[in-house]
Design a protein around this ligand. Structure first.
Ligand SMILES: Cc1cc2nc3c(=O)[nH]c(=O)nc-3n(C[C@H](O)[C@H](O)[C@H](O)COP(=O)(O)O)c2cc1C
Length: 212
């Protein structure tokens, strides 16, 4: 089988990790790099990865993540954050900074900003909060696939109380910048205890249509 598909088969939503096993720094670096190199709409990279390694902090966050055992048994718990809507306003400075990285002059930055504004109103109904979260999901997906390629397990988690998790992060993680970011979702990374179940998926015929 193709090596990439082998990794996709290996990846499953791991429900329990071996709490004694730690992901080596180099391998976790590859996972983070896969997130960093991910594509994003307009190249705005509206994400931040809060990497929790502390057992004490994981324990403190567990209740808000509905006591899921992955939280305290994993090696690295990543809270994927997405930028708040205020950053995508024309006057925020964020668009200038980000578009300025590749634009050759100020006129090109202004043109990119106008194009973004048009996109915002035509395609997003100005809902940049959810749009930014969607970008974080792309980065997180690449991180999980990179992990699987390295034989590392993961579990994506939306099963949390958003208000409680925000409160708990504010209380227990001084690095959490709640003024700038919202919580998109959570991924636990580590090593499985139990073998995975056989995959249940619709067939290609059910989910894909070829137009020739
Ligand atoms: C965005 C998202 C949120 C999820 N949230 C949870 C969760 O909170 N807890 C959990 O155990 N699994 C969670 N899952 C895992 C799914 O239930 C799982 O991916 C799906 O049933 C397919 O199984 P597989 O990933 O093992 O192939 C989530 C998956 C996704 C993509």
């Amino acid at each position: 089988m193709n090596d990439f598909l082998k990794a996709m088969e290996f990846r499953h939503a791991c429900k329990l990790f071996d709490a004694k096993k730690r992901i080596p720094k180099g391998n976790f670096g590859v996972i983070l790099e896969a997130g960093r190199l991910s594509p994003s709409s307009f190249g705005l990279e509206p994400w931040h990865f809060l990497v929790i390694e502390s057992a004490k902090v994981k324990e403190a966050l567990k209740k808000a993540i509905l006591n899921q055992p992955q939280v305290t048994t994993c090696s690295h718990l990543v809270i994927l954050l997405s930028r708040k809507a205020k950053f995508f306003k024309q006057e925020s400075g964020y668009l200038d900074k980000m578009f300025g990285r590749t634009a050759k002059d100020i006129k090109t930055v202004e043109a990119a900003k106008i194009s973004f504004e048009r996109f915002l109103h035509n395609n997003l109904e100005a809902d940049t909060t959810n749009w930014a979260k969607m970008q974080a999901y792309i980065a997180g997906t690449n991180m999980m696939n990179a992990a699987a390629f390295l034989g590392i397990d993961s579990c994506p988690m939306e099963g949390f109380d958003a208000g409680e998790l925000k409160k708990s992060l504010s209380k227990n993680v001084s690095e959490f910048d709640k003024k700038s970011y919202k919580i998109a979702f959570v991924i636990a990374f580590g090593y499985r205890v139990n073998e995975s179940e056989e995959k249940v998926r619709c067939s290609i015929e059910e989910i894909a249509t070829f137009v020739k």
